[in-house]
Write a protein that binds this ligand. Structure first.
Ligand SMILES: NC(=O)c1ccc[n+]([C@@H]2O[C@H](COP(=O)([O-])OP(=O)(O)OC[C@H]3O[C@@H](n4cnc5c(N)ncnc54)[C@H](OP(=O)(O)O)[C@@H]3O)[C@@H](O)[C@H]2O)c1
Length: 254
């Protein structure tokens, strides 16, 4: 049976992913800080008829020692086939309130927290001769968007990391994938006050991600129409892109 280490499993996309992975009979090591929520998730998965499939491994990914300890624990329990690094957060931040501390806090979790996990699991995967690592970034990282300078920068850092590591890790039988979701209904987006185009449920997102894990290809992105739109934005020259975005910001502030 395949085993998966999943971070950010206590709520939102990660929680839905854990349930979807259990339905596929994969063994899940589920991490987040909220231990109670992980225990409740374990009970829910057992009540769905999948006893013993989920083992809570509470941790704070911002604490490197915690991450290494949990990863070594998992390694002692058996082979680790997939690692899904999903834990992360978002705070809207208007340019006029730009401050270094907020940027640092977001990077501590989204980039360095993920990097702690990456460092620990790369060691494990090298020792066992291969495996798969999945980083959850965002379609918001395709281009610099208003109100999300820090978030977009943190997620594009993950995409860049994954792209850079891809070729070298391939030679060690380690596959790296990136997941770029559009808007997904979770506690994270519940706080947004603007209209979120094509927002999908966490369950739909989880099904799409799980289907994509065993397909070839570096990127799993969704929903399709919104991801095509973001790809188009990414391809536009700066002048045209900024004109378009300015028009969008003016009309949404009107
Ligand atoms: N929702 C969207 O529309 C959307 C779109 C694009 C990308 N994403 C990305 O998808 C991922 C999941 O998002 P979501 O919407 O499901 O967010 P969410 O509902 O806020 O869930 C975030 C998860 O990360 C965990 N987490 C936060 N800080 C942590 C820490 N220091 N150590 C360990 N775990 C931590 C949280 O658990 P604890 O609080 O228990 O630690 C929680 O389980 C994020 O990386 C997000 O950026 C989301």
């Amino acid at each position: 049976m395949e085993s998966v280490w999943l971070t950010g499993a206590s709520q939102g996309i990660g929680r839905a992913l854990a349930i979807e992975l259990a339905k596929e009979k994969r063994h899940i090591y589920a991490s987040a800080r909220n231990e109670l929520a992980l225990q409740e998730l374990k009970q829910e998965i057992e009540s769905l008829g999948y006893p013993g499939l989920l083992i809570p491994k509470p941790l704070d990914i911002c604490k490197a020692d915690d991450v290494h300890r949990v990863c070594e624990d998992i390694q002692h329990e058996g082979r680790l086939d997939k690692i899904i690094l999903n834990a992360g957060t978002y705070h809207p931040a208007p340019a006029t309130e730009f401050n270094c501390q907020a940027l640092r806090e977001l990077f501590e979790l989204n980039v360095f927290g993920t990097a702690h996990c990456l460092e620990a699991c790369l060691k494990t995967l090298r020792l066992q001769g291969g495996g798969q690592i999945v980083l959850v970034a965002s379609l918001a990282a395709y281009r610099g968007l208003p109100d999300s300078a820090a978030y977009g920068a943190s997620k594009s850092a993950l995409i860049h990391l994954a792209e850079s590591l891809y070729t070298e890790l391939h030679a060690h039988n380690i596959e790296i994938k990136i997941v770029n979701p559009g808007f997904v209904e979770t506690p994270l987006t519940d706080k947004n006050e603007f209209t979120m185009p094509q927002r999908v449920t966490a369950e739909w997102a989880a099904k799409t991600i799980v289907k994509g894990l065993d397909k070839s290809g570096f990127e799993i992105r969704f929903p399709w129409v919104f991801s095509q739109f973001m790809s188009l934005l990414r391809a536009l020259p700066y002048g045209l892109y900024f004109r378009l975005i300015r028009r969008f910001v003016v009309s949404s502030n009107a």
